[in-house]
Design a protein around this ligand. Structure first.
Ligand SMILES: NC(=O)c1ccc[n+]([C@@H]2O[C@H](COP(=O)([O-])OP(=O)(O)OC[C@H]3O[C@@H](n4cnc5c(N)ncnc54)[C@H](O)[C@@H]3O)[C@@H](O)[C@H]2O)c1
Length: 431
């Protein structure tokens, strides 16, 4: 197809062609739909690490007529690695000329400036996410953005703005919460809604695993390069494990409860992290939802400790177990008799979110789900802030008053950053 003069006109072309074709098929042949499905959706990626590469593979394994045409990362060799890996698996779906590879902190802007890109994958470390999403939406492009959507209330507000703008402009945002598309999660929550366990009384959710990577500081690295490279350990970049990893389970619990929580109270600490890591090893949070429903939530990353990753919902008449990864779901009555069960594959769910995004773009009705995932990300932040400060934190405070903004004021590749500091309850202020 000849290039359009702007991203908007190209995006509208794909959507309009799709909906005209879809309508036409109802009364005519299927050839028009085929034509619209053959319109290539051109993709740029920002963040060529493990998940970025994985997300491209998931999309390309399930979607036809999608193509990677540009890549950006802090490091050009990370782009090259992703391009090589994806080219091997999907040779017809990669066409990245060397002048469409952009490195450095500002490289992503070059992707957003291109009028021939329809959809951008945002798969960097989380600290950049709200700002990258908003800029991408402002550039008129569809978004796939990994979770978490934000790591602080300032980022949450940026997400809300991006969500509204995407809805207004009819550009899609799908957000990397794959469990929302996993058969055993969908099935279990449908059963709960139908009343199979009676009224929800409380829930328990755990994301407990062993250790996580730590990337040593190399000779000559500035503070910024070191922290960007070792991002998990700095809260402005990762949000700590509760936001970076356990947000999956928190998102499932908000979905079960049908609401964000009202309050969080919690505790935790650090025993095994390297000295300069700001991460804690574990937190346990009690969340209270409307109707006085409580969630007992725990996450932990300690080498040698027992892993447990799943969710249990207690009702007045039964108990629903929703297993993470591909463990499936089942429901028992209070005598322990299994009354329902369903399998589910996380691999299928990872692909389904990309199918849904592309299908919705082609149908001219792009999915915009950012608010839901921003809410879950802020729920994780709420738990972290409760544990870090030792105070009870309310949803109202976070959304109306909190001034917490972790993004560094003058971020530059060669720049200095404040000395890392981990939180100490009773001393760390609630702001
Ligand atoms: N949905 C899931 O199950 C799932 C699984 C794993 C990771 N994730 C999420 O995916 C994201 C990435 O995780 P990962 O494991 O791929 O990390 P990673 O370190 O492997 O990759 C991140 C990449 O982003 C690049 N990057 C960082 N800042 C950048 C910037 N400003 N501009 C351009 N590139 C930048 C880094 O150089 C790196 O190559 C995280 O938010 C993580 O939570 C989601």
């Amino acid at each position: 197809m000849a290039q359009d003069s702007s991203a908007n006109s190209r995006r509208k072309f794909i959507a309009t062609t799709a909906s005209i074709s879809a309508a036409a098929t109802m009364v005519h042949s299927s050839s028009e739909v085929k034509a619209s499905a053959e319109e290539t959706i051109r993709i740029g990626i920002v963040g060529c690490g493990g998940r970025g590469t994985g997300a491209l593979n998931d999309s390309f394994s399930t979607n036809d007529n999608v193509k990677l045409v540009a890549a950006s990362d802090l490091y050009a060799n990370k782009c090259a690695n992703t391009i090589t890996q994806i080219s091997r698996r999907h040779p017809d779906k990669v066409d990245v000329a060397p002048d469409r590879v952009y490195d450095g902190l500002e490289g992503y802007k070059k992707i957003l400036e291109r009028s021939d890109i329809d959809l951008v994958f945002l798969t960097t470390s989380p600290g950049f996410r709200p700002y990258h999403i908003l800029e991408t939406v402002e550039a008129g492009k569809h978004v796939f953005a990994e979770k978490p959507s934000c790591v602080d209330p300032a980022g949450y507000r940026v997400c809300l703005k991006a969500d509204q703008l995407a809805k207004k402009n009819q550009t899609g945002i799908v957000t990397g919460t794959q469990y929302r598309r996993q058969a055993n999660y969908i099935g279990a929550i449908e059963e709960i809604r139908k009343g199979i366990i009676g009224n929800i009384v409380s829930a328990q959710s755990r994301y407990c695993s062993t250790g996580i990577w730590y990337r040593n500081r190399k000779e000559g690295m500035s503070d910024a390069e070191y922290q960007l490279n070792n991002w998990m350990h700095f809260i402005w970049l990762s949000g700590d494990q509760i936001a970076e990893q356990a947000v999956h389970n928190i998102d499932a619990m908000n979905w079960v409860m049908g609401s964000n929580p009202l309050t969080a109270y919690g505790s935790g600490g650090r025993f095994t992290r390297p000295d300069d890591s700001e991460m804690w090893d574990n937190v346990s949070i009690d969340y209270v939802y409307p109707g006085n429903k409580t969630l007992s939530f725990m996450c932990r990353q300690i080498p040698g400790s027992k892993s447990d990753n799943g969710n249990v919902v207690y009702g007045s008449e039964g108990i629903c177990h929703i297993g993470a990864m591909s463990r499936g779901s089942y429901i028992t009555d209070y005598d322990g008799k299994k009354i329902w069960e369903q399998a589910g594959s996380i691999g299928d769910a990872y692909k389904q979110e990309h199918k849904d995004l592309v299908d919705s773009i082609r149908a001219g009705k792009p999915i915009v789900e950012l608010k839901q995932t921003a809410d879950s990300s802020l729920t994780a932040v709420m738990g972290r802030m409760a544990a870090y400060t030792g105070q009870e934190v309310t949803w109202d405070f976070l959304t109306k008053e909190s001034k917490l903004d972790l993004y560094p004021k003058n971020l530059a590749w060669d720049g200095e950053l404040p000395k890392p500091q981990h939180a100490i309850p009773g001393t760390t202020k609630l702001i």
